[in-house]
Design a protein around this ligand. Structure first.
Ligand code: SF4
Length: 87
């Protein structure tokens, strides 16, 4: 006989939103939020569609602050560091 859904999830340790040990979740991960230059040039009043241009910023230059190289957010290494919990 099958277990109920809750019991089955408890049994297997189901985690719907896991924090994976990847660079994007690592305490050493850094990146820059960059507003595209063409937006800044074309919208000198600093807003577009009622939103500040920073709303349209894109994440650039993902890197590892501990080891000094560019990384992919879904990559990982043996020295992954868990972030401090936010207060
Ligand atoms: S390379 Fe390792 S230490 Fe650096 S950000 Fe990625 S998981 Fe963290």
């Amino acid at each position: 006989m099958a277990l109920g859904v809750k019991k089955a999830k408890d049994h297997c340790g189901y985690e719907p939103k896991p924090v994976l040990p990847v660079c994007g979740n690592c305490a050493a991960f850094r990146s820059d939020m960059v507003t595209p230059a063409w937006l800044v040039k074309d919208y000198p009043d600093g807003e577009l569609g009622g939103k500040p241009l920073s709303y349209y910023a894109q994440e650039k230059n993902p890197r590892c602050a501990d080891h000094g190289f560019a990384v992919k957010k879904m990559a990982t290494c043996r020295l992954f560091k868990e972030k401090e919990p936010t207060k």
